[in-house]
Design a protein around this ligand. Structure first.
Ligand SMILES: NC(=O)c1ccc[n+]([C@@H]2O[C@H](COP(=O)([O-])OP(=O)(O)OC[C@H]3O[C@@H](n4cnc5c(N)ncnc54)[C@H](OP(=O)(O)O)[C@@H]3O)[C@@H](O)[C@H]2O)c1
Length: 326
């Protein structure tokens, strides 16, 4: 099969497309013929050895796939050859085939194409867990989303609005903010042009945001924490800006607010039943037409590095997907 390989750590341009042996399923696994693989910001980090998961070289980046079961390992009776499924895999997705645990595969619902199936789990899984289980977002509260037009950010905007919150989307361009409004944001802030803290104060009548969803880090985290409401929850999602901010803890004391860590990948492993219930809820919302995953661009496998480059350069809106025709 063909696979995009990280053979030495470096930027997306250092990835190479090569022929490698087809995978075979171990006990409990299936092999998928991959049709689509969404890329995520962790792919930018994992190929540079800057991510918390460190697969041995060489490996393919790409953490969420959709495809068709083409081989079934010993002991698997939940899936059969020909089943259409999607799965989050950590890495290995920018390839024509992958061997994955059968228990982690979910059936693709009727009416969902492979591109959108591949783009579903990370974004909605993370943001649903963050807002519901970690942030306890309530109807009528104000939710501020930083990096709101990115993969997890746009899902947070949609889910926050569906949960009855007033969503303030913060992002870097007019086009990104327009997309956020289309997905449920009531108010927007261009944090490259406007002072974040001043605008949050203006938009909330001085109260601040009840829940802050911070997928960006860097220089935006502290002004956002300073703009958190009394008894608010500041959700630590990620550091796409690169810098992990160092926060004066007196800010949490003064607001009587909580700084809450969110690690969806670990939640999936540690609390599979709760995660399954969350995914079931999300699939029901999708079936009811309430969720609208936004895929702004697709790339063929041989240009997989360019898909990751789009994320590294802040060019992506919503999700970017690599497609692998049969
Ligand atoms: N905690 C968890 O469980 C979990 C799960 C999934 C992802 N994450 C993390 O969440 C963050 C977002 O992931 P994603 O896949 O949604 O990424 P993404 O689609 O690339 O979105 C990231 C957003 O961050 C903003 N950004 C600001 N400075 C940036 C920079 N220097 N480089 C790139 N983007 C920058 C961009 O928006 P603007 O241009 O509008 O600023 C961009 O839309 C990552 O840090 C990722 O590791 C965490």
């Amino acid at each position: 099969m063909r696979a995009v390989l990280c053979k030495e750590f470096g930027p997306p341009e250092s990835l190479v497309l090569e022929e490698v042996d087809d995978p075979t399923p171990s006990a409990g696994q299936v092999v998928l013929d991959i049709e689509a693989c969404a890329v995520n910001f962790p792919d930018v980090l994992i190929i540079q050895d800057q991510y918390q998961f460190k697969p041995p070289l060489p490996f393919s980046p790409g953490a969420e796939v959709a495809g068709v079961v083409s081989a079934v390992g010993e002991g698997v009776d939940s899936l059969a050859v020909g089943d259409r499924v999607f799965a989050s895999t950590g890495w290995g997705g920018l390839a024509e085939k992958i061997a994955v645990g059968a228990s982690g595969c979910l059936p693709i619902p009727d009416g969902m194409d492979a591109v959108h199936a591949s783009a579903f789990l990370y974004a909605y899984g993370t943001s649903h867990y963050a807002l519901k289980d970690r942030g306890h977002l309530q109807p009528g509260e104000v939710l501020l989303v930083l990096g709101a037009a990115g993969g997890v950010g746009l899902a947070a905007v949609e889910l926050g609005a569906l949960m009855g919150a007033t969503v303030i989307a913060a992002a870097s361009t007019k086009e990104k903010l327009e997309l956020c409004r289309e997905h449920g944001a009531a108010m927007t802030i261009n944090y490259e042009e406007e002072d974040l803290k001043t605008r949050i104060r203006e938009l909330t009548g001085g109260r601040g945001a009840d829940v802050v969803y911070d997928a960006v880090g860097g220089r935006f985290s502290e002004p956002a924490l300073r703009s958190t409401a009394w008894d608010g929850r500041f959700l630590v999602i990620g550091f796409a800006a690169g810098d992990i901010p160092k926060i004066p803890l007196n800010l949490a004391l003064l607001k009587s607010c909580s700084i809450v860590g969110v690690f969806w990948g670990a939640f999936v492993g540690r609390e599979p039943e709760r995660n399954k219930a969350n995914i079931d809820e999300l699939m029901a919302m999708w079936t009811e037409g309430k969720l609208r995953p936004h895929v702004s661009e697709t790339f063929p496998l041989e240009r997989g590095g360019e898909a990751i480059r789009a994320l590294a350069d802040r060019k992506a809106l919503g999700k970017v997907v690599v497609t692998i025709p049969a």
